[in-house]
Design a protein around this ligand. Structure first.
Ligand SMILES: [Zn+2]
Length: 339
């Protein structure tokens, strides 16, 4: 793939079969090019790549025109996960045969909690607590409630709980499984800078679209809370979790957040097996500094935002904080929010 000129040059002296092969390698189709771009973009998310593999291996997808394949791949990127791939397989089938009604368009079962209301899912229908059908849901994440004019996406609100499953024979396959990402409302804490909250929300949204079940662990921390944490593993029981005393952590100035993953039961998980690398990549793309990139003491759940200052500058904010509180600190960084 890396030597287009070399391939076409050497093909002159080779058999017809390998010359054709070399030519095919030298000129990928537009859908193959798009697929390769997507593979590169999602390289750190094996779960999303597996969903892409599933889509491109599908018989119906393979029969689409080049333009239709590109369109399908672009749709996949709106939420690159197994549920979207499953939906797009059904959409490919319909485009080849408009009479078809593939079951892959909608989840067989699952659960949805939207704005505090929990629905059961049965063959694409949303059921209320009494078992009445009150809306529909598709595997691309589109929700249509009967009493609402506009459709919604399950990926638009990080408070949404969604689990979509497909029944394949006796097996239940989970397509997507996301818990509410901020159950304790840490991102709404007025002591957390709004610019930071917005960027972290964008990170969580992208992670969720990619099938990563993330949640906020901690955000703003008072000086007293920081000292309690610093004592852990030193003068108090537990493992050492921070090298920062009160006033030395960006958490104390409302510009740092720790995100972790939800386990299958919706409990916070720090497990190695979680996809921390992809999380870090998404965070950096949102302009945040990721603790996983630090030398020495790495802190993979941690992201922080302090434009114009270095990671080690937190302690230098103490004086501003003493004089004018969080607003004075935020103003120094140009991210103040009082008009
Ligand atoms: Zn942290």
């Amino acid at each position: 793939m890396d030597s287009v000129n070399g391939a076409s040059h050497s093909s002159e002296s080779q058999s017809t079969a390998s010359a054709t092969q070399a030519q095919a390698q030298a000129t990928p189709s537009i859908s193959e090019e798009r697929e390769e771009e997507i593979r590169a973009e999602l390289a750190q998310n094996p779960q999303a790549v597996a969903a892409l593999d599933q889509l491109v291996a599908d018989r119906n997808f393979g029969q689409l025109s080049e333009e239709q394949k590109v369109e399908s791949l672009n749709s996949f990127m709106s939420a690159p996960n197994a549920a979207t791939a499953t939906y797009l397989q059904g959409a490919a089938e319909v485009s080849l045969n408009p009479q078809a009604t593939p079951s892959s368009l909608t989840p067989d079962a699952g659960t949805l909690t939207l704005d505090g209301v929990t629905y059961g899912i049965q063959n694409g229908n949303l059921l209320d607590a009494e078992g009445r059908t009150v809306g529909t849901i598709r595997n691309d994440g589109t929700v249509q409630l009967a009493n609402e004019a506009a459709a919604r996406s399950v990926y638009d609100n990080i408070g949404t709980r969604v689990q979509l499953t497909e029944q394949i024979g006796a097996q239940t396959r989970t397509l997507v499984d996301l818990h509410a990402a901020d159950p304790r409302g840490r991102l709404a804490d007025p002591n957390l800078n709004q610019e930071v909250a917005n960027r972290v929300t964008a990170v969580i949204e992208q992670a969720r679209r990619e099938g990563m079940n993330m949640r906020v662990d901690t955000a703003y921390r008072t000086f007293a809370e920081q000292d309690t944490l610093y004592a852990q593993g030193r003068t108090a029981p537990g493992n050492r979790v921070t090298n920062a005393r009160a006033g030395q952590s960006w958490h104390n100035y409302g510009v740092a957040v720790d995100l972790v993953f939800n386990d299958a039961n919706g409990r916070p998980s720090w497990a190695e097996t979680n996809n921390w690398d992809r999380y870090g990549e998404i965070a950096v793309a949102q302009g945040l500094e990721w603790g996983g990139n630090w030398q020495g003491f790495t802190d993979r759940p941690h992201v922080e935002y302090h434009p114009g200052f270095d990671a080690g500058d937190a302690r230098n904010m103490m004086q501003s904080h003493r004089q004018g509180g969080l607003e004075a600190v935020w103003d120094r960084m140009g991210i103040g929010q009082v008009p």
